[in-house]
Design a protein around this ligand. Sequence first.
Ligand SMILES: Cc1cc2nc3c(=O)[nH]c(=O)nc-3n(C[C@H](O)[C@H](O)[C@H](O)COP(=O)(O)O)c2cc1C
Length: 166
Amino acid sequence: MTVLVAYATTGGSTAEIAGWIAEELRGAALAVDVRPAAEVDDIDGYAAVVLGGAMYAAGWHRDARQFAHRFAGRPALPPVWLFSSGPLDSSADEAEVPPTPQALEAIRALHARGHVTFGGRLSTETRGWLGFIARRMDSEGHAGDFRNPDRVRAWARDIAAEIRAG
Ligand SMILES: Cc1cc2nc3c(=O)[nH]c(=O)nc-3n(C[C@H](O)[C@H](O)[C@H](O)COP(=O)(O)O)c2cc1C
């Protein structure tokens, strides 16, 4: 029983969330492949799929959207769970942050069993354009790490239980 955890990231923080999820699934005795969403061209044979994407400009990372498009309408889709990572404050921990319209489209296309929004991270140490933006946003108080590993891991354990229950 192998689970695919696919992620769409620019700054790396969503990839790290995917890693935390994978650790919990493995802790529940499931085999896990963790892969960038853009590199996945086949999901046949997976017992379940977890797809996560960062939020940018009120949208969902392109690699996550394209993943959903690639596999939408497949007759035998495995059970799918989605997550988004974005808010650069504690809002995601305080109340449910609804999916962006693009993530909502993916929920429908993949018949996802669940979706959750986790807080994000914007690091001023990131190289390139993202780091430039982060440093600019830092002066407005938006940079930082608002991810909550305990919440991510608890969500992953719930998924593991659902997968194992069939
Ligand atoms: C240019 C830019 C636009 C962003 N837009 C949003 C947004 O619309 N909604 C949101 O919740 N977070 C937004 N964020 C925060 C990112 O989603 C957050 O930093 C996320 O953790 C990035 O994930 P990644 O490191 O995997 O790329 C934005 C960040 C940047 C730099």
